[in-house]
Design a protein around this ligand. Sequence first.
Ligand code: 3EB
Length: 317
Amino acid sequence: MNSPDPTPARLRIVPERRDEALIPFRFQSGVASPLAIDCPPLAGPADEAWLAGAITESAETAGAAWAHGEHYALVALAVDEADGDIESAAALAYERLLVAVRPSAHPYLLRIWNYFAAINQGEGDDERYRRFCVGRARAVDGMFNDPPPAATAIGTVGQPGQLKVVALCSRAPAIALENPRQTPAWQYPREHGPVSPGFSRGAVLDADTATPRLLASGTASIAGHVSLHLGDCAEQLRESLRNLDALMAQATTKTCRAFHLGHCEALRIYLRHPSDLDAARAVMASTGIPADRISYLRGDVCRRELDVELEGVFAAT
Ligand code: 3EB
């Protein structure tokens, strides 16, 4: 017989709209809120509520949202691109983010999502994703890279115009993870851009509680630093799942808690081509991840040669 859980998780994610959420994500394009992700849902839930207990303060405008709870805080920003200058927009967004976060009661950045349109536009070092990385690197402080947050950077639908940055912040640091199958992003060789992207492969939160959570960064079909299975979305997704498995094994080693795909609270699968939806669903059917926790979203991977990326949250067992 199970007794009721005496200590509810500090962080819990449900595939629903919840007014009391710290981060009420909604997958919907064309909405000004920085929490409306401009990646139209292809299948699965269009809402993803991050619950973190009572919210003590919150506010939302068209250009920013923030909320504070006891252990966690949200800061979300939408920054206009002046003349399509994504590098300057990224620098401005990250400057604002650090100004808001560092002097606060929740100074640690654990998880960041970055969304902007036409992410693969431009050639070589002029590609908009690479310019975004340059702007981000220019604005961040030393604490940001020691270790960097788990992150996602995805291209949205529509025309260039706005960068949205959503950050989960905390009172205490998390355990940052790297993936032994993948080169740390901050050590990528020069061929991937003028500055290495600043993110960790994952983060374990609340490792000292009964209810740890593993937050996996945007994970793609990359081994070492090389993109694999070009032109084959299903095989790219299988490779991404192998990376996710390796990340969970790493989390298990580092925390002495077990993490499994089947204990997924929320998964986002970004597809460049909506026509890959059926193939993606067929691959996911054999993973043990509950289908009602998977949102399939239209989104562009920051590497132009890749067609799928996933990210998610997993509870320890
Ligand atoms: C990769 O592994 C894929 O620039 O913040 C994934 C997650 C990726 C985050 C970022 C980029 C970022 O290199 C790209």
